[in-house]
Design a binder for this molecule. Structure first.
Ligand SMILES: Cc1ncc(COP(=O)(O)O)c(C=O)c1O
Length: 408
């Protein structure tokens, strides 16, 4: 059960926040032991409002990539805050950041900034439509691209018209994309795709390079934009777009989460071929030009590069994976451990309703590891050997709890 301070806050929240909490951070989606409210975090550790400490394997669902309160990022943010944040015009740091992103991400010739991933994915669609003069956008069935009416996974408040310009394909199934594209023709504006299939609650699926190349070829043949939704994976797998190692460059890409190590920022990056469309659309927001998150982003990208953070997350993630798989074998439990090492996900074979995943997560939490039963996890570059050892101690206890739950 959550602690007394958390319970008191939940009680107050239930009176003044619809449903007590909303969105992906609602603790109602998690086993009852999970706290709803957090007090703080440093490095790879977080504390809940009752003072319990956890090794953080969720990283705020992706934004925290270098660890909480990374010194260089926070110093850059504080220095900019002393000058100003939300002003009548952007600060020079906006140009610095756009230049840095254009240098860092191969397909990028320009950048536009916003606040959330949904802003970025929605803007990619708008730019593609402005550039091509066409309307239809193809997305993979089950993929998450944000919480606006065109893409939210929940039907409440959504009209058929909100989805009228979407077509659907199956991730890694090129024939299904060709079929959806043929149905959308001649009105195909864009194909949106995530770097790998990271749908919540399902085993993760890495991209087949032939599929990525096939999308590129189809977009080249039809003039539609290839949009990579790098909101979740961007700057966790590669210092560039997540498809650079695959050898496929999108025309437009959506970024947020890790771009400023937890400071609120999103970006659309694009190729010159889509610059005209990007210039035509009217996109803006009261807080989109705030200088502090941009200063944090410049420092984040610098630290990712200078501290070898991507490689560190890969290595730490591989150690976590090897440890967990060895534990699963020792408890004689059949699991699937999928996704890239820095963004893994664990399921129990045959655990359709996530019952065993819930038992596992609840016990891991009690043992001091904060992970998720129905969403991929995130490894940060701040994890130390001690953090990893503590996390693995917790997962070992968690496997023991699952074994006990199964009654053997
Ligand atoms: C792949 C992907 N696209 C878009 C979004 C939406 O981002 P945001 O929640 O910042 O609006 C998310 C958020 O989880 C995401 O994972």
């Amino acid at each position: 059960m959550a602690g007394p301070v958390d319970r008191a806050l939940r009680e107050r929240a239930s009176a003044v926040i619809p449903g007590g909490m909303y969105g992906h951070q609602s603790a109602s989606l998690l086993p009852p032991d999970y706290p709803q409210f957090m007090r703080g975090g440093r490095g790879a550790r977080v504390w809940d409002v009752d003072g319990r400490e956890y090794v953080d394997l969720m990283c705020s669902y992706g934004p925290v990539v270098l660890g909480h309160q990374h010194p260089a990022v926070e110093a850059a943010a504080a220095e900019q805050a002393r000058l100003g944040d939300c002003m009548n015009s952007p600060g020079p740091v906006m140009v610095d950041l756009a230049e840095l992103l254009v240098q860092t991400v191969r397909h990028a010739d320009w950048a536009i900034f916003a606040k959330n991933g949904t802003d970025a994915t929605t803007m990619c669609c708008t730019i593609a439509r402005a550039q091509t003069g066409r309307g239809k956008v193809l997305v993979a069935t089950g993929a998450y691209h944000g919480a606006a009416p065109w893409c939210t996974p929940r039907p409440a408040g959504v009209t058929p018209q909100d989805r009228a310009n979407l077509g659907y394909y199956t991730f890694n199934d090129l024939a299904s994309v060709h079929q959806a594209a043929a149905e959308a023709a001649p009105d195909l504006a864009a194909i949106m795709v995530s770097p790998f299939k990271h749908d919540a609650g399902y085993d993760q699926e890495l991209v087949d390079p032939a599929f990525a190349r096939g999308l590129r070829a189809l977009c080249d043949a039809t003039g539609a934009a290839l949009i990579l939704d790098d909101v979740r994976a961007g700057f966790r797998l590669h210092l560039g777009s997540s498809w650079e190692p695959v050898g496929v460059d999108p025309d437009l890409s959506a970024w947020s989460k890790a771009i400023a190590n937890g400071h609120p920022l999103a970006a659309v990056l694009g190729h010159d071929a889509f610059r005209t469309g990007a210039q035509q659309v009217f996109v803006t927001g009261s807080f989109w030009f705030s200088a502090v998150p941009m200063a944090a982003a410049v420092a984040t990208i610098g630290a990712l590069r200078d501290e070898g953070a991507i490689e560190a997350m890969h290595q730490l993630g591989a150690q976590l994976r090897d440890g967990i798989l060895a534990q699963a074998r020792s408890w004689d439990l059949a699991v699937n451990y999928t996704g890239p090492p820095a963004m893994p996900y664990l399921t129990f074979v045959g655990d359709q309703d996530h019952e065993l995943a819930g038992v596992f997560a609840a016990q891991a939490l009690r043992g001091g590891a904060y992970l998720h039963p129905r969403h991929n996890w995130f490894v940060s570059a701040a994890m130390t050997g001690d953090d990893l050892a503590l996390a693995l101690e917790a997962t070992d206890q968690a496997f023991a709890a699952v074994r006990k739950h199964l009654g053997q």
